[in-house]
Design a binder for this molecule. Structure first.
Ligand code: FE2
Length: 318
């Protein structure tokens, strides 16, 4: 038995010990929304911090009780260290809910990529995505890819190098990003752009990264280039994780042509006053608007409306 198999065995035993009947509460609402998806930030499932996978599993079990949703997006740091046993544990949890989630989008975060050569880890990540029923698999050359839905376009970004904390967005990916948003715009659809790290200075940075450094917590060196692309277009919703900051005034910012939505962590602990575990957003998309609701997935309930950005309405530009 290899070390990864050893830890996988331990992780499965922990999941098997969980009593699914204890997950109760109000199911996720989609109402009359023609398109509904859920975003979780940073599961960071770990082979030695088992509370992470417990929190993430609670989020998955919450969805198991809900109406069928169009997609679940994990917006990076899916694992703590990009180990095979960690990816396999996540796949096991996602496959339990593949009957109620039509599409899984898996975004790489710095923790998923940082300890191994780029192509080796990309291949590992692709195999992980292939093992998830209804999972979308990035191409062989890079993590970035897109998917078209009738009401919106999903654009998944990802670093082009093995980086420790920020991301590296290559010129080829920047050109591709510009074209992809252009396609959505020409079809009069909102573009949901997913990346693990937000823009420099956005979503309360640097405070929300515990106040350290001018670029820390953001994409890094290519942040301004990404921002310039967003400014050229309209109806861009930039969805990120990484900050582990609970629902607050920082989670959503409207910059006109683009909006920045930072999603709390579903697996690790959240900073800030609203520090519940297992947070994320339920996003309902309509022809003319988007409604995002912050949810305590672990407790089967929405964040109280008195909390800033517990409910966000985005009116789409025509
Ligand atoms: Fe991260």
């Amino acid at each position: 038995m290899g070390i990864s198999d050893f830890f996988y065995d331990k992780m499965l035993k922990m999941l098997d010990a969980v009593d699914n009947s204890r997950f109760t509460g109000e199911p996720v609402e989609r109402g009359d929304a023609p398109f509904t998806f859920v975003v979780f930030g940073d599961p960071q499932v770990s082979n030695y911090m088992f509370a992470r996978e417990n929190s993430f599993y609670k989020g998955c079990r919450d969805l198991a009780r809900s109406a069928v949703i169009d997609a679940l997006v994990l917006v990076g740091d899916i694992t703590e260290n990009g180990m095979k046993c960690e990816f396999r544990t996540v796949a096991r949890m996602l496959n339990e809910i593949s009957g109620v989630v039509n599409n899984f989008f898996l975004i790489p975060g710095n923790h998923d990529v940082r300890f191994r050569p780029f192509h080796k880890q990309l291949n590992r990540f692709r195999k992980f995505a292939e093992s998830v029923v209804n999972g979308h698999v990035p191409a062989k050359g890079g993590y970035y890819h897109s998917h078209d839905f009738p009401l919106c376009r999903f654009i998944m970004m990802g670093t082009d190098r093995s980086t420790f904390e920020a991301a590296y967005i290559s010129p080829a990916q920047l050109d591709w990003l510009d074209r992809e948003i252009g396609i959505a715009e020409s079809e009069k659809k909102p573009a949901f752009v997913f990346n693990h790290q937000t823009l420099k200075g956005a979503n309360g940075l640097p405070y929300t990264w515990m106040g350290k450094g001018k670029w820390r917590g953001s994409i890094g060196m290519e942040s301004n280039a990404v921002k310039s692309i967003f400014e050229k277009h309209n109806n861009v919703i930039f969805v990120t994780g990484h900050l582990h900051f609970g629902t607050s005034k920082y989670n959503y910012e409207d910059y006109g042509s683009y909006k920045c939505l930072s999603v709390p962590t579903v697996g690790a602990g959240n900073h800030g006053e609203c520090s519940y575990d297992t947070q994320g957003y339920v996003i309902n998309v309509y022809e003319d608007k988007i409604i995002a609701k912050a949810r305590r997935f672990g407790d089967g309930k929405y964040i109280d409306k008195t909390v800033d950005n517990a409910e966000i309405r985005i009116d789409l530009q025509k």
